[in-house]
Design a protein around this ligand. Structure first.
Ligand code: MRU
Length: 369
């Protein structure tokens, strides 16, 4: 036993040994795996100030819709914890200032504002109680947000697994894995569960230009987990589908509109259009926290645009485009609902018409709470 422990301690740690986001309450910090350093370096960083948390989200050190939500929840708790124990109104003004600031880090993934609003509701629900108690409740809620995410991802995995069979080829885009959410990830949850049950999937990961989340993160975490994964460039997905190598596509999402239009990493809609052409089912793995019934259609989703340098310079020793060329760099696109075969949520698989399906789902969810 002692020998086994030493062996485990001596083994080089991998991302499988850590949570993507964790609370270090003793040191009043949010601890994250710095995803910008992967796959080369596995580095944990501690975030203590509002600026550190904001920057980590903006710079994609922590990224992926559910992980951003968890980081924001722990972040606002840590910031609230450091506030003086005044009267409620003064405390709440400070809380809201920090909440709005964190919420401004990235616009597209709804989980950021969803988690912060959930934390705000805790303050309001306990407004008659001393500020010290509100802080304790905020801690409990932030932990619950992460625990819930673990349960949700696992349930998505179970439902997703009903849509594929042993030996299938699965394609995924960007990273909706354990680095983007808790433990199982969302789009990777059926893959990891299938792996546990000996399904022997063959997974194809799009590299996902310009920030290479597919190559740096998805290929990395699947490979570390022993999944049969093949990395392809984004412009190769049509070929693997045409070759008949793909039986189903699982992707994540950043915001799903009430009609089913879905914002996800740039390039997702191309994959969906090609999938339709070749008759490959296209599944969006969506925790209900990412379904935004207040946004009626995809055209109303705000799409984040990022620095041209991500396209022209990043990853290269010298720029790979002429100096000063015009660049368009949206971080997400919206896949039209017509291209989506089904959504895989923690409550089950939702097929078209999606608006009706979501309404039923939220009704059901409300009953279970
Ligand atoms: O810009 P990113 O890396 O945060 O974009 C992430 C994605 O688009 C993911 O697919 C999405 O957030 C779902 S993660 C479970």
């Amino acid at each position: 036993m002692a020998e086994m422990k030493t062996e485990a301690a001596n083994r080089e740690k991998t991302i499988l040994d850590y949570d993507t986001v964790a609370l270090d309450d003793e040191n009043s910090a949010v601890v994250i795996i710095d995803q910008t350093k992967l796959p080369g370096t596995l580095e944990l960083i501690s975030l203590k100030t509002a600026e550190e948390i904001w920057n980590a989200i903006y710079l994609l050190k922590v990224r992926g819709a559910p992980a951003i939500g968890v980081a924001a929840a722990y972040g606002i708790y840590v910031l609230a914890k450091g506030m003086p124990e005044t009267d409620f109104e003064t405390f709440f003004r400070g809380f809201q200032k920090q909440k709005d600031y964190l919420d401004s880090a990235r616009p597209t993934a709804v989980n950021l504002s969803w988690a912060l609003k959930r934390m705000e509701r805790v303050c309001l629900a306990f407004r008659e109680r001393p500020v010290g108690e509100i802080k304790t409740r905020l801690k409990e809620e932030s932990i619950e947000i992460q625990q819930e995410d673990i349960r949700v991802c696992r349930a998505i995995g179970e439902y997703g697994l009903t849509l594929v069979k042993p030996g299938d080829g699965i394609l995924t885009h960007c990273n909706a894995g354990k680095l983007a959410a808790s433990r199982y990830g969302t789009a990777t949850a059926p893959i990891y569960l299938g792996q546990e049950r000996g399904y022997g999937f063959r997974v194809f990961a799009d590299e996902t230009r310009p920030l290479l989340q597919g190559a740096r993160l998805t290929a990395y975490e699947l490979k570390e987990s022993g999944v049969d994964v093949t990395l392809i460039c984004d412009n190769m997905s049509a070929m693997v589908m045409k070759n008949g190598w793909i039986n189903g596509i699982f992707v994540g999402c950043d915001r799903v509109a009430a009609n089913g239009d879905t914002a996800n990493k740039i390039g997702t809609s191309v994959v969906a259009a090609v999938a339709k052409q070749y008759g490959v089912p296209f599944y969006v793995c969506a925790p209900t926290s990412t379904i935004d019934m207040d946004t009626p259609v995809g055209a109303e989703i705000r799409i984040e645009e990022r620095s041209p340098k991500e396209v022209t310079d990043m990853w290269y020793e010298t720029p790979m485009a002429p100096n000063g060329v015009k660049v368009f760099n949206p971080a997400f696109d919206v896949t039209d609902q017509e291209l989506i075969t089904a959504f895989v949520t923690e409550f089950g698989v939702v097929r078209p018409p999606f608006r009706e399906g979501f309404e039923k789902l939220f009704l059901e969810k409300g009953k279970r709470k």
